[in-house]
Design a binder for this molecule. Structure first.
Ligand code: DAK
Length: 260
């Protein structure tokens, strides 16, 4: 399951998806967005996959943004199509039942930062740099960046980053709550894999429903969120995984979840 610009390796329930255009710092053109969307759709359907890690090829960039060289020539119709395509991808990633971990191994700029923010967890290497340079190009983030960033770190810090167009280093992204963890570039893949393995040991339905509750609950009032959480909680009691997980605890053995 690979494309011209995307590599995908599946091992022990963990899919590592790599944006592979290092000569353009993995910039997102419409072909990359298409391939990424197809691959993630496939991974969501693939029952052997429990967690996805998303990263960029090379040592310089996760994704240095949407492809400016493609965008410069777009007419308004093409710009609109490009926006629809990008937003559809970001929204799909939020709706995926499988957690997506961004392993940010360098620049995460513009559309690249939006892609990372659409992931559930961001691990970053210490050379990573985060920013929204869109205003320096006369535009604004258009793949959900203003919305996701402000929800994640609050409006004041989001405005500082977006209005200035500046890049911040990994340590500051960590302090601001954008990156969950920062490590050396040599450690990044192993750290992301270790988290993915820890998640993959758990019941896939529980993890998927927890993601669903957190992502959707953020757009609800607290009371509606509580109601939503309780209905998902109740549904899980109709699953074999709940019986297995609690049964294993009572019987003092390791649970063998089946995702059913
Ligand atoms: N697009 C296309 N090519 C890019 C690129 C990008 N975003 N970023 C880098 N490259 C290319 C460079 O042009 C260069 O190609 P050649 O010149 O060798 O052919 C190659 O990658 C290596 O880059 P540099 O030579 O520039 O490398 P440096 O180490 O000197 O600099 C840099 C690294 C990341 C600081 C620099 O490349 C840079 O500033 N890149 C642009 C970063 C940027 O502005 N990113 C945000 C793009 S705007 C939309 C929704 C969303 C968006 C757009 C529309 N709709 C709703 C319609 C999103 C917009 C963006 O993401």
């Amino acid at each position: 399951m690979e494309g011209k610009n995307i590599l995908c390796d599946i091992n022990e329930g963990i899919a590592t998806v790599t944006v592979n255009r290092p000569e353009s710092l993995n910039a997102l053109n419409s072909e990359v967005l298409n391939e990424l969307e197809c691959i993630l759709y496939g991974l969501e359907q693939d029952n052997s996959v429990q967690v996805v890690i998303l990263t960029g090829a090379g040592e310089k960039a996760f994704v240095a943004g949407a492809d400016i060289k493609e965008m410069v020539a777009m007419n308004s119709y093409q710009g609109h199509q490009f926006a629809i395509q990008g937003q559809r991808l970001m929204l799909f990633m939020e709706k995926m039942s499988k957690p997506v971990i961004a392993a940010v191994n360098g620049y995460a700029l513009g559309g690249g930062l939006e892609l990372a923010l659409a992931c559930d967890v961001i691990y970053a290497s210490d050379n990573a740099r985060f920013g929204f340079p869109e205003v320096t190009l006369g535009i604004i983030p258009g793949f959900g960046g203003t919305q996701n960033l402000a929800r994640l770190i609050g409006p004041a810090k989001a405005k500082e980053l977006v209005f200035s167009g500046r890049m911040i280093p990994a340590a500051k992204a960590h302090a601001w709550g954008i990156a969950n963890e920062v490590c050396t570039q040599a450690e990044l893949a192993a750290k992301a894999l270790a988290l993915a393995r820890e998640i993959a040991k758990n019941g896939r339905l529980g993890v998927g429903y927890a993601k669903n509750a957190i992502v959707n609950g953020l757009n609800m009032t607290k009371e509606d969120g509580f109601r939503y959480e309780s209905s998902l909680f109740g549904v899980l009691f109709a699953t074999e995984d709940q019986k297995e997980g609690m049964g294993a605890f009572v019987e003092k053995r390791k649970a063998e979840f089946k995702g059913k």
